[in-house]
Design a protein around this ligand. Structure first.
Ligand code: CAA
Length: 246
């Protein structure tokens, strides 16, 4: 596989870290963004300890279009042109709709959905010019089936796949694929933050009988980035242990 520059938003979280490692293992140059300073030094030390020396990071608020444009311009200047984009940054602000505030709604829509526009827009022309690109949107089982307490998150995650299907049609002829991955409940900090009693009830509904592993999602991302995945576009690939089948 030819070495490519892969940008992973929210790459220091649970699924994001696994994606960064898998893409680095596949031989790509990995660049990630993080929202708040704090854990990047320790994260890079971990990556170096694992032998990944070609991983770079930039602080960037993915809700801010101008900041995303700036970071992409900086990556182009310092590292090179992005040909793989994994829109992975996401947050939850769970509350039943009656208790949900306008802030909870806005924060989730901006971080999980507006970010997809903000990051894709500045990288797409370069992908089209070079005749190759991979855009992977990390959505969720809850964008497919809805979830009590997640009207904001389910709306944003369903919106990501609408974006995928439309853009996939626009860029298919130019060697750029656009796909959605919808993970189920994966063993990450985000899922562990769900109250234990609620979480146990959810795990009981997963036919495979366990939470997913971030590495399982990352392996799928790596496949989607490969040359062999050139005929796979506009798809929403569910990886949820059988919890929701479509
Ligand atoms: N279905 C139906 N009714 C439910 C319910 C459910 N899933 N969950 C709670 N209720 C009911 C309660 O029994 C209670 O009923 P009564 O009033 O009759 O007693 C009522 O709803 C409680 O409503 P509240 O608004 O007071 O709810 P709450 O404040 O107690 O908690 C919640 C709501 C915070 C959303 C909590 O249910 C919760 O954390 N749920 C988990 C949400 C979830 O799955 N989040 C996923 C996070 S991880 C992630 O998002 C990653 C990914 O992509 C998968």
């Amino acid at each position: 596989m030819t070495k490519k520059i892969a940008l992973v938003t929210g790459g220091m979280g649970g699924i994001g870290t696994a994606i960064c490692k898998a893409l680095a293992e596949a031989g790509h140059v990995v660049v990630t963004t993080y929202s708040k300073p704090g854990r990047e030094t320790a994260w890079h030390a971990d990556m170096k300890g694992l032998g990944f020396n070609d991983i770079h990071s930039f602080q960037c608020d993915v809700t801010d279009f101008a900041a995303c444009q700036e970071v992409i311009a900086r990556i182009a200047k310092d590292i090179g042109q992005v040909s793989i984009l994994v829109n992975n940054a996401g947050i939850t602000r769970d509350a039943s709709f009656r208790k949900q505030s306008k802030d909870d709604w806005d924060a989730v829509i901006r971080t999980n959905l507006d970010s997809v526009f903000n990051m894709t827009k500045p990288v797409l022309d370069g992908m089209l010019e070079h005749g190759f690109g991979r855009i992977i949107n990390i959505s969720s089982i809850n964008g497919q089936k809805g979830q009590f307490g997640q009207t904001n998150y389910s709306a944003a995650k369903a919106g990501m796949h609408g974006f995928t299907m439309a853009l996939a049609q626009e860029v298919a002829k130019k060697g750029v694929t656009v796909n959605t991955i919808s993970p189920g409940y994966i063993a990450t900090e985000m899922v562990m933050a769900v109250p234990e009693d609620v979480r146990n009830k959810i795990v009981a509904q997963i036919p495979v009988g366990r939470l997913g592993k971030p590495e399982e999602i990352a392996a799928l991302v790596t496949f989607l980035c490969s040359d062999n995945a050139g005929f796979l576009t506009g798809s929403n690939i569910a990886m949820n242990g059988g919890q929701h089948m479509m």
